[in-house]
Design a protein around this ligand. Structure first.
Ligand SMILES: Cc1cc2nc3c(=O)[nH]c(=O)nc-3n(C[C@H](O)[C@H](O)[C@H](O)COP(=O)(O)O)c2cc1C
Length: 184
């Protein structure tokens, strides 16, 4: 009997201090039976965590440039988008939320989101005032209307030393949300 086909989870990592938590998410997902994890990053995300870290944790090449010549994919953003059973942007910056809410498609992460038919999960992480800003509220409302689901953020300690809303949901919560979406 043929082995069941594995499901591809694409994680889009953007430039937040919470990038290190995406490492735990990728590591946990890789241990799930029947799941393949692919990571794409924004250029600024690579300033927080090296692509090599995600490459090692996911067991696959990691790209961050829309114009990278992929070794194993024909057209990077469209083939990743087509392969995805779920796409999760983790962490999701204020910047990426703005770009997605306004149809700006100028990097690999936005390219994958706009080209996929798979469910999209957003895992916002940002400073309390940025999360409370009317622009972020509007962008999140528009993205929910597009059918995107938000995981977090939660109330907690923020990198700048204050406590408030904007702390990224815990990796375990993100993994559970991805598993629920895969099961649907
Ligand atoms: C130390 C540091 C931490 C940052 N953390 C966050 C963050 O948690 N959330 C956020 O929205 N932006 C954060 N930023 C700002 C983003 O990195 C910046 O807006 C960047 O342009 C986002 O690009 P991207 O969305 O293409 O990855 C941080 C910047 C620095 C220097």
């Amino acid at each position: 009997m043929a082995a069941p086909r594995s499901k591809t989870v694409v994680i889009g990592v953007t430039g937040s201090i919470a990038c290190y938590k995406a490492c735990e998410v990728v590591s946990a997902l890789r241990k799930l039976p029947g799941a393949e994890v692919r990571v794409v990053m924004t250029r600024d995300a690579t300033r927080f965590v090296s692509p090599m870290t995600f490459q090692t944790l996911s067991g696959h090449p990691v790209y961050h440039d829309l114009f990278d010549a992929p070794e194993e994919w024909d057209l990077l953003h469209t083939s990743l988008a087509a392969a995805a059973a779920v796409v999760a942007i983790c962490p999701a910056t204020m910047n990426i939320l703005g770009k997605l809410a306004h149809g700006l498609c100028d990097d690999l992460v936005t390219g994958v989101v706009f080209a996929t038919k798979a469910p999209v999960l957003l895992v916002p992480a940002m400073h309390r005032e940025m999360y409370a800003h009317p622009t972020t509220r509007r962008n999140l409302a528009a993205l929910k209307q597009c059918g995107y689901e938000c995981v977090g953020p939660v109330h907690g300690a923020l990198a700048c030393g204050v406590v408030g809303m904007g702390h990224m949901a815990e990796p375990e919560t993100v993994v559970q949300a991805i598993r629920r979406t895969l099961a649907r």
